[in-house]
Design a protein around this ligand. Structure first.
Ligand code: NAD
Length: 310
């Protein structure tokens, strides 16, 4: 086992965000309310709901878990959209899976969408639009798990703070193994928008996301490439995995010496000997995701109150 590999736990990365939230909520004497809808029996979703409840209790957020039948979910979301005391709404996916879940994501009011999964927010990620308003007072809400991965990369120092904001991943090569609309594709887009060259791997093939030579483009472009995992992983400074099966393992032998390895899947996607090759290993990201959920909630709480005052 390498002594030079450092394991970074999500709890360590999320600690400063949780502390900041707690302080902010206490000092301002506010109590933002988050409603979570659980309409499945998925153990990963239940675990996520437990973490949400625990973190909310620690930071001073009012969290209410509403267990509903999936056939009633759309109606219950619509009701929560109208409830004045509810500042944020989230749904523990998958519910129906596929396109029906995409439809449900668009049912949550934009101003309560703490997960950042509605069309407008995901569109803004894909088009590198960073503010919701022309005067740039309201930052866009960003999908929680991609945002958690970005915050982990910032914590580790992969973002180069000497470079200007928006270009801080220039020169980095990153592989993301997952291209779902919830995590992998928005994550690849965000990393490329910040200047990285991103290989996005899914079951059907590999795409490369970049801002073009010399970062000439204002938002990323995507190209299909005829390459295999064996071609792109050895080139990558960072490898992020999110394959939802315990059978999938990224071969350690493919990884670059000193790679940064991050797993957001509920299954362990790296082999047991990952620490023999990686300089930094992040085994899971869930606690940072919950911290980002709360951060988004506080932002939406403030946007709602600012709009009421106008
Ligand atoms: P999904 O099923 O929608 O997407 C899976 C992705 O993995 C797809 O792009 C698919 O093509 C790709 N994939 C599957 N097998 C592959 C293979 N052999 N090689 C390359 N790519 C392959 O799942 P999802 O919603 O994106 O969730 C993925 C995992 O991440 C799950 O384990 C989920 O629990 C976890 N997750 C964690 C968080 C968190 O915050 N920790 C949040 C969301 C999802």
């Amino acid at each position: 086992m390498s002594v030079s590999c450092k394991t970074i736990l999500a709890s360590k990365v999320s600690a400063s965000f949780r502390e900041q939230m707690k302080k902010d909520i206490k000092e301002r004497n506010i109590c933002p309310k988050l409603v979570g809808f659980l309409a499945n029996e998925d153990p990963a979703a239940k675990k996520y709901a437990e973490w949400t409840a625990k973190t909310c209790a620690e930071t001073g957020v009012a969290f209410e878990l509403r267990k509903v039948d999936k056939q009633d979910l759309e109606e219950k979301i619509t009701e929560a959209n109208e409830e004045k005391e509810v500042n944020g709404i989230m749904v523990y996916y998958p519910v129906f899976g596929g396109k029906q879940d995409l439809y449900l994501q668009s049912c949550v009011s934009t101003l309560k969408d703490v997960e950042g999964l509605c069309h407008k927010f995901v569109y803004n990620v894909y088009h590198n639009v960073r503010y919701m308003d022309e005067t740039e007072t309201m930052k866009c809400i960003i999908p929680c798990t991609p945002l958690a991965c970005v915050k982990i990369l910032e914590f580790i120092g992969v973002y180069n703070t000497v470079l200007p904001y928006g270009n801080r991943l220039y020169g980095r090569t990153i592989t993301v193994v997952n291209r779902s609309e919830i995590v992998g594709r928005p994550l690849a887009a965000m990393l490329a928008n910040d200047g990285a060259k991103v290989y996005s791997v899914d079951v059907n093939g590999i795409q490369v996301f970049t801002r073009g030579s010399g970062l000439k483009l204002t938002a990323h472009k995507v190209e299909d490439i005829d390459a295999k995992v064996e071609d792109v992983v050895p080139l990558s400074d960072v490898v992020i995995t999110g394959v939802p099966t315990p059978h999938y393992k990224m071969p350690t032998s493919l990884l670059k010496e000193g790679v940064i390895a991050i797993n957001f899947s509920s299954s362990a996607n790296f082999e047991d000997d990952i620490k023999s090759k990686a300089s930094i290993f992040v085994p899971s990201v869930g606690k940072v995701t919950v911290a980002m959920l709360e951060r988004n909630l506080l932002r939406l709480h403030d946007y709602q109150n600012n709009l009421l005052e106008q």
